[in-house]
Design a binder for this molecule. Structure first.
Ligand code: PHE
Length: 444
């Protein structure tokens, strides 16, 4: 295939790891993980989550990276090249999932930009007056504004993908990921040194093993897959830009560690502050855009803390959005489109599909009774990602096994025991576990 000879590659191993970590670290880590943990048994849930990440998450991530690196093609092309038959359908599901996830992800990404800017003008005053809920409601039902910020977020995403692998994705992730980490650390130091922070730490991390039930394990599995960007060919696509010298198992572990660390740390930034000011922490998804502004408004220098927090959220969202668009664009680029054409056209179409999500609360059609945004989220995150994960694991475990073994040991880093464990996780454990969450998570 002509494309292969000219395929772009990451400039360095650290560039690849930061790009993959940028994909993994997203809204899922900062907005979702903390409240899911708070609701499901604190430190006990974190233990279950860690086991899932490092056994199942790591295995599926390594499977995806190996497939992509071997084939040097996008998610669909990789399956076509390595086996053909019906397997490319798995790649297609990934491309469709990327399209759908990015459509609503960009809407929320737009909210983070709005809240960042708003931190400097008015948000703190409103929140101090107890109106954080009202202003949030006012903003999300102001359709032209929501679409404007969604468009700005999409333009930034398209811009980075348009610039390519080395000059775009890698370059920006190498700046943005360290920035994200520094902002997070600053926020944690501020939060845990507030008076009364201890109660928040207790709520967040106090182990409560009685809360570890079938449904909390399913919650941990679902969270792990979404958070690691698995099941939709993202790591296949990023893996296809990796050269033959880079060790895949070590890279996959590092991405898992960074992703998990950021998720756990995000809770340390959020809950101590929430409890220190006696705000209700059970706010669930509204925690980020309603509870936190009221918390910041009560802190000295609230504007700065609010701006830093929404900047953090924006960076996390942007580096994930880039990877979602890249999955879609890579397919068309391997088909012969130029990168600018693929980035602009696909970016525009995804933006268009996102408009009904942006209008979820203001008259967009509901899908079988669910808001449009929630329906997109459900179909992609609860249906397409788990199914994709099952088939990717089965593919490596049963179909492409001998080559998969070679692909991950070319640098000689995997011991026999770990290799066998990896193969058996792909064969049986991951498919069974993911099917279990798939079925328990199917309540519309
Ligand atoms: N991992 C991202 C997050 O945690 C979301 C994502 C899912 C990105 C799938 C790419 C692919 O927010």
């Amino acid at each position: 295939m002509a494309q292969e000879a000219h395929r772009e590659h990451w400039g360095s191993r650290i560039g690849f790891i930061l790009a993959a970590a940028g994909s993994a670290v997203g809204l899922g880590n900062i907005w979702r993980f903390p409240y899911v943990t708070g609701q499901n048994g604190g430190a006990a849930f974190v233990l279950v989550y860690l086991a899932i990440i490092f056994v199942l998450g790591f295995s599926v991530m390594l499977a995806e990276m190996a497939i992509g690196r071997k084939a040097q093609l996008n998610a669909v092309g990789s399956f076509e090249k390595l086996r053909g038959g019906a397997w490319p359908i798995v790649g297609w599901m990934g491309v469709v999932a990327g399209f759908m996830i990015l459509s609503f992800y960009a809407v929320i990404g737009g909210w983070t930009i709005k809240y960042f800017i708003w931190s400097f003008g008015g948000l703190m005053t409103e929140a101090a007056a107890g109106k954080a809920g009202d202003v949030f409601g006012g903003f999300v039902t102001n359709t032209p504004q929501v679409i404007l910020y969604q468009a700005i977020f999409m333009l930034m995403t398209i811009w980075v993908v348009y610039k390519g692998i080395g000059e775009g994705i890698e370059k920006y992730c190498k700046i943005l990921m360290p920035a994200l980490f520094i902002i997070l650390l600053i926020l944690i130091v501020r939060s845990v040194t507030l008076e009364g922070a201890g109660k928040g730490l207790e709520f967040y991390l106090k182990p409560d093993f009685s809360k570890i039930t079938g449904s909390s394990i399913a919650a941990a599995l679902g969270q792990a897959f979404f958070s690691l960007s698995l099941g939709m060919g993202c790591m296949i696509t990023y893996g296809s830009y990796v050269d033959k010298q880079t060790g895949l198992p070590g890279s996959a572990i590092q991405v898992c560690v960074i992703d998990t660390a950021v998720a756990i740390l995000a809770g340390l930034a959020i809950f101590p502050a929430v409890f220190a000011f006696g705000v209700d922490a059970g706010a669930g998804p509204g925690l980020t855009f309603v509870t936190l502004p009221s918390v910041f408004a009560k802190m000295a220098g609230g504007t700065i803390w609010s701006a830093l927090f929404f900047l953090l959220l924006f960076i996390a969202a942007l580096t994930s959005a880039i990877s979602l668009l890249e999955v879609v664009a890579a397919y068309f680029i391997d088909k012969g489109w130029s990168r600018p054409k693929a980035a602009w056209i696909m970016g525009f179409l995804i933006f268009a599909l996102g408009i009904p999500s942006a209008m979820s609360l203001t008259g967009a059609p509901k899908i079988a009774g669910k808001d449009f945004l929630d329906a997109m989220d459900f179909i992609s995150s609860n249906v397409l990602l788990p199914l994709g994960g099952v088939f990717i694991a089965l593919f490596v475990g049963w179909i492409w096994t001998a080559d998969a073994r070679k692909e991950v040991t070319n640098e000689g880093t995997l011991s026999f025991g770990i290799m066998e464990l990896w193969i058996w996780v792909c064969r049986v454990i991951a498919p069974a576990a993911i099917l279990y969450i798939f079925i328990t998570g199917l309540k519309w």
